[in-house]
Design a binder for this molecule. Structure first.
Ligand SMILES: NC(=O)c1ccc[n+]([C@@H]2O[C@H](COP(=O)([O-])OP(=O)(O)OC[C@H]3O[C@@H](n4cnc5c(N)ncnc54)[C@H](OP(=O)(O)O)[C@@H]3O)[C@@H](O)[C@H]2O)c1
Length: 254
């Protein structure tokens, strides 16, 4: 039997790095840490040790995803964990985005996640876990975070349905839905104004809860009471009302 591995995309920083730190403590021989930045990946290996296998790939490029599939074909590992965490986000008007930015957002947040699930599932066994890092922004449409929120709706919907499809194989899929997390993804200052992020939490806290929920086979992971509250509000209130409340809160930044 091949070695037992975990795969984490976007392992070079933020939530992905925290999940990688947790995974090296699991019963796996290797953690495949995927991201573009080679220096950050090398630093991660120096920090976390030889279990880390650095894989520098740009997940917006289909051929780079296919090359991960080739590595799997050659090494035939058992994949205990797949964590689709890499993601890009930007706030702005619909017409602030270049065609490349639009394409890259959809490729990284949606296509790469879907392709990696499909490439990895054949190497999974009962009790293997897939964690897809979606967001609380998937709970309703969000004007001015429109493209990002829509990709996160895709991720959550895809993950929850895949979880049902994989039940008979004993593999679980967890859609992780944090609200604001203190990482480099967030722009902390706009026009000299400090941006407020209600309910912000550390990446470590999100990672610990996500892994715990995945091991329990939950199809969704929400980290705090604040996010639970947002989820309930999104179910109870008309989406138009929530969108208007959101626009009021963020209009000073756009
Ligand atoms: N921060 C939040 O408030 C928040 C809230 C909810 C959900 N999330 C989700 O959590 C996930 C992780 O975000 P984060 O906050 O930890 O962000 P982050 O600190 O910016 O990390 C993003 C990671 O994705 C990688 N990445 C970006 N583009 C890539 C590409 N083309 N190919 C390969 N890797 C790529 C980055 O590595 P390289 O730059 O080295 O490629 C980095 O490791 C994302 O899916 C995000 O949507 C974040």
């Amino acid at each position: 039997m091949g070695k037992k591995i975990a795969i984490v995309t976007g392992a070079s920083g933020g939530i992905g790095k925290e999940l990688t730190k947790l995974l090296i403590q699991e019963e796996v021989d290797e953690v495949w840490a995927v991201a573009r930045n080679q220096e950050k990946l090398a630093a991660l290996k120096r920090e976390l040790g030889d279990k880390i296998i650095t894989i520098s790939k740009d997940l917006s490029q289909t051929e780079e995803l296919i090359s991960i599939g080739k590595m799997l074909e050659e090494q035939k590992p058992v994949i205990a964990f797949l964590i689709n965490n890499a993601g890009v986000a930007r706030m702005g008007n619909y017409d602030d985005f270049t065609i490349k930015e639009i394409e890259d957002s959809i490729k990284i947040n949606c296509s790469a996640l879907t392709i990696l699930c499909t490439l990895c599932i054949p190497y999974m066994k009962r009790e293997s876990r897939i964690l897809n890092i979606s967001s609380a922004s998937s709970f309703q449409p969000l004007p001015y975070l429109n493209l990002y929120a829509a990709t996160k709706v895709f991720e959550r919907a895809y993950s929850r349905a895949l979880n049902i499809e994989l039940k008979k194989k004993g593999i679980s899929v967890t859609a992780v839905c944090p609200s604001w997390v203190d990482t480099d993804l967030l722009i902390k200052e706009v026009n000299g104004k400090k941006v407020k992020f209600p309910g912000i939490v550390s990446a470590e806290k999100v990672a610990i809860k996500a892994l715990r929920d995945a091991k329990r086979g939950k199809d969704m992971s929400v980290c705090t009471l604040y996010v639970k509250y947002l989820h309930i509000l999104a179910k109870l209130l008309p989406q138009k009302l929530i969108m208007n409340m959101w626009v009021k809160k963020i209009e000073k930044y756009i």
